[in-house]
Design a protein around this ligand. Structure first.
Ligand SMILES: *Cc1c(COP(=O)(O)O)cnc(C)c1O
Length: 409
């Protein structure tokens, strides 16, 4: 597509109207919605209302009067259709890391005779670290079996749980959720899916895949705000037997009984621990409300068209500069990001940011570009590839300032 064709594609885009719902700095091409989604107009209004009306005026009465007390289940139920779950199977609480800990602990308790947790060596580090920490804490000899490539090759009679991130955070490669879950179940293992890079970016069908547990992030494609809470899915069939170790008071059957012994609540409520972060929940709810209005099939089609376009433009315009595509070309195997590898990837990304084209970098050499279909235009993708070409052709990335590693890359 040339630039005029991109502009025409934007005019014909069925998602065109959603861009105006987001607050995007003028002139910036934001390709980092896979790491921190932007603020929406409704999110800003909602936060203002929660601060000024609910917190400042209604104070403690807000827990019931303004529905704070039911936020975890209410927002969980709203996320459910985005991930192919039933409303009573999803709850919002804590962070992705903490939810993963709870889900994995619950899965291991359901397979007491098995001792192996299978995951990918390239999985997002927090998932691996949390599993390591849990295994050590349990002190029952659980072993983390990390594999390169196909996780199902590591299945066996000793495997309790398979822990996979649906979309790889570095390459943007997508796992076949149904196939991996089927293989895990055939081997007698349970699955824990991390949906951090898929939720809000494509349709997800947890129940159709018969997934057991899932966690996911609220501040990426759901636009729930920095540090916003995460969600946890427990399939209905596992809820009665779900035992998680962070048995806080709000997961108790009757928190305001203030009983001295813990009795888990029925259903998904037992998955929560303590008091929810109300301000962050409000921001997340606004983000989720917005995403629920967007048809996920339409969004996925646009996301694939945007990533196709970026791959094609970069390969055409940046040839000869040593960029290596790390993202699968096959649609079914791709998430909503495109990554290129380059040994100077960090400096190149910094030079792009200086041009107001915001992507990010992941060790050792991945330049990541996320494509959030609700607000990105085809012309943004076109222009981003032109900026990348300019950065490479001019060599401006070689400036010393672009090589200095920051704390957040
Ligand atoms: C972003 C991300 C997380 C984030 O975990 P936090 O606990 O919210 O910091 C976890 N897992 C994956 C796969 C992610 O992409």
């Amino acid at each position: 597509m040339n630039r005029a064709e991109c502009l025409a594609a934007d005019r014909a885009d069925p998602l065109r109207r959603w861009r105006d719902e987001f607050i995007l700095p003028r002139g910036r091409i934001y390709l980092d919605g896979n790491s921190l989604g932007p603020l929406s107009r409704t999110g800003r209004a909602r936060l203002k209302a929660v601060i000024e009306r609910e917190w400042a005026r209604d104070l403690i009465q807000s827990w019931t009067k303004n529905g704070w007390v039911d936020g975890s289940t209410r927002i969980g139920a709203k996320i459910a259709p985005l991930i192919g779950a039933k409303p009573a199977e999803v709850i919002v609480a804590d962070s992705t890391s903490v939810n993963l800990f709870k889900a994995l602990a619950g899965a291991l308790a359901l397979r007491p005779e098995r001792r192996v947790i299978v995951s990918e060596r390239g999985n997002f580090p927090t998932d691996i670290y949390m599993a390591e920490g849990l295994a050590k804490l349990l002190g029952q000899g659980h072993e983390l079996r990390l594999v390169d490539g196909d996780v199902t090759a590591a299945l066996g009679p000793d495997v309790a749980a398979v822990m996979v991130t649906e979309i790889d955070y570095r390459t943007g490669a997508r796992h076949d959720m149904a196939a991996v879950t089927r293989a895990a179940h055939e081997a007698g293992a349970l699955t824990i899916w991390d949906l951090s890079h898929s939720v809000g970016a494509m349709p997800i069908a947890l129940n159709r895949a018969a997934a057991d547990f899932a966690v996911g992030c609220g501040y990426k494609y759901l636009n729930g705000g920095p540090g916003g809470p995460a969600f946890l899915f427990v399939a209905a069939r596992h809820q009665d037997g779900f035992v998680q170790p962070l048995s806080g008071w709000l997961g108790h059957a009757d928190p305001f009984e203030f009983a001295s012994a813990y009795r888990p609540a029925r259903g998904i409520l037992r998955a929560i621990c303590g008091t929810p972060p109300v301000l962050s929940m409000a921001a997340l709810e606004a983000g989720v409300d917005l995403m629920r209005k967007i048809d996920m099939k339409t969004l996925r089609a646009k996301s694939l068209a945007l990533t196709d376009l970026f791959i094609a433009r970069v390969e055409e315009r940046c040839a000869g500069h040593g960029l290596v595509l790390a993202t699968p070309r096959e649609h079914a195997r791709r998430g909503s990001q495109v990554s290129f590898r380059h040994k100077d990837g960090y400096a190149i990304v910094q030079a792009l940011i200086a041009r107001d084209v915001v992507g990010d970098f992941r060790e050792p050499d991945f330049m990541r570009f996320g494509f959030a279909a609700p607000y990105l235009r085809f012309v943004d993708v076109f222009d981003a590839a032109e900026h990348l070409r300019a950065v490479l052709e001019s060599g401006e990335w070689k400036r010393a300032a672009f090589r200095k590693k920051r704390k957040v890359t």
